[in-house]
Design a protein around this ligand. Sequence first.
Ligand code: MG
Length: 300
Amino acid sequence: MKILSYRYDGLIKFGPKVKKEEAVWDVLAIQETLQVVPSFPETIVEGIANGMDFVEQMRKLTDAALKSEEPGQFKHAFSTIEWLSPIPRTPKNIIAVGRNYEDHAKEMGLQSAPENLMVFTKSPTTIAADKETLSVHANVTSSYDYEGELAVVISKKGDNIPKKLAYDHVFGYTIANDLTARDLQSKHQQFFLGKSLKGSCPMGPYLVTKDEVPEPQSLSIVTKVNGEVRQNGHTKDMIFTIEDLIAEISSLVTLEPGDVILTGTPSGVGKGFNPPKFLATGDTVKVAVEGIGTLVNRFE
Ligand code: MG
């Protein structure tokens, strides 16, 4: 199931994409009108805490809508909604993994792949949407850079999650652009400031449930800037796999429903070029992850 979050008539809503239509189901309206299930979550984060039961509930709701007298009243055309990040607000900082692809570690100046996991976080205020126009923050940085990434969305809460149970805690996947002010990243000891400028974590367009992505370590990641291919990577090249990341991070930090883990970026970031190719006003960045979709943002 491809789920999106959106604003309609001033309200934050979520729902599955309508199959073969450029539209989204309004599951909250279906439940309110048709009372299909005994209770239904009011936010997407509440829902994904229920794992695949949430997906099953949404199937029941959309089936009921299709059988109703006027299914059209429960759909909104994409042209009438404002897209939001699939997770509009994470319960804690976004967890991001640095240098998780060897070629990227090398272009950033490392001699070899890191032995230990490198984790930093991004403020939830970085979260932005697919199709949103974002700032290049020219007043504070002259080296704003893109990083196309597969993002893992956590479902079930957990500590000390063993690798073999890691996917039980995954709800699904989306696409992220881990935008980074390179000058601020190196100026401060921690990455937090350089990684947390407003709008520096657009995500979307969809949250794709894990049943539709059976092999998340087998997906191509392509980032284009103004149509030019900059990153052409593959999730099979992650140094630490999704299972490694969930096991090691949860051995130290409680993972909660709605947490997002950015799994690292392949080579081809702007800083990796000589001279560097940082973002400028007017640029459009597209990050495509196989089977998940394409995240598009224009910068000004
Ligand atoms: Mg990154």
